[in-house]
Design a protein around this ligand. Sequence first.
Ligand code: UD1
Ligand code: CA
Length: 470
Amino acid sequence: MLRHFMFDVLSNMSIKTASVILAAGKGTRMCSSIPKVLHKLAGRPLLEYALDLGLHICNVPIVVLGFESEKVQEFIGDRAKVVLQNQQLGTGHALHQAADVLRGQVDMVLVWAADMPLLTKSLLEAVVHCQTKNEGPVSIITAISDDDRGFGRVVRSDRREVQAVVEQSDATSEQLAINELNVGVYCFDSLWLWDELSTLKPSASGEYYLTDLIESAASQRQKIGVVTSNAGDEIIGINTRIHLAEAESALRARINHSWMERGVTLIDPDNTYIDSNVEIGLDTTILPNTHLQGGTVVGSECTLGPNSTIRDSVIGNRCKIESSVVEGAILEDEVDVGPFGHLRAGTHLGNGVHVGNFGEIKNSYLGPGVKMGHFSYIGDAIVGARTNIGAGAITCNYGMDKQKHRTEIGEDVFIGSDTMLVAPLRIGSRVRTGAGSVVTKDLPDDSLAVGVPARIISRLVDDKAESQDE
Ligand code: UD1
Ligand code: CA
């Protein structure tokens, strides 16, 4: 059936385009029990990149799911409409599953595979634009490259008109030598698409190839629009874990370049790992082997690394983090951590806090100016401003009753070296504890306590009472 569908170029704005993301395949070549689209790239599942692109094209993208669809659907939530492909019978069959939802609803259908996470908005816009001007029923993206990546080859006639896309497994040796590749992004005229999909015949492998529609259009002497990408990293498709690693390094390079262009110094970009959702302020310097992960937000003029991992944390301005691990923490301004600090979930450090080597903090607030120089553990605690935690002092927050208990420490306190603070406990302001004391009872303001268990020996603080590590 020959059907011409003419677009009125002048009324482009009113052309409705749907986006369909193909994601039903198991991803057999990944050798994994996890659906391919949930494998992570720069900290985010592959599918999230496709969803971002889909949302850019239209309000509600459609995702075709099959293998482990419940797991993937849970991840998608309400960000897209899901249609199911119960049997994975090929890319043409996958797209056909969206027919009931889209037939008669839109003018054009933009289709691509969820395993192409480096595609850019501008490339997708280019193929949509190409199709709005095309009198024929489909426009495709091709790339010229000597690295075939196992992609389908774009076969052209002597007059350079596209005739077909031939899959690598079905290609003749002559066709295998073609260096114009099918990137796997198509913009169809909707009316034509659904009718043609119903006429698709299975290939030799038994799959219904979406790519066969190119030959259908050519055999109807219809015009096929072509956008040729310059074959940068955009066209990396992920079929194997080797491709995943290739995409990871390409995307990391893209992210790192973009941060350098926006005023962040990377001493060694090849060894700096910034997830795609991270935010970084002006004039921050990142030293080698530093990993900024998840939803981490970093302020200005910080120095991070070397050898640090900062995950899902908020770091203020002018902070310094060296050879440390920071997870789920909030650091206000001018905080310095490390080397070899570990800040765990629920840590909140006020302005100017210093956490030195081998400090560990969990679920605690340390007020402005608190110093914790060496080998200490603070968990489930609140520590007042300017308090000094001596070397080796810890909160014993896990009781014999197998419950976690809280410790409250006031302002300007001097916790002596190796003090054990047995929670639940309240330590008043300006308290001092002697080196090695084991504090099991609350201490009032201005007291000095020593010994095991600690006894209060003075209410008025004697400045020379105890020596402290600094
Ligand atoms: C496909 C193209 C190939 C192109 C390449 C570019 C076909 C037949 N081949 O090959 O020309 O060069 O992409 O990346 O289209 N899917 C389903 N249901 C299925 C089968 C696949 O939803 O029954 C989904 C997959 O989840 C995947 C996408 O379609 O996201 C592409 O499938 P894949 O098997 O990766 O195709 P390629 O071999 O890469
Ligand atoms: Ca693929």
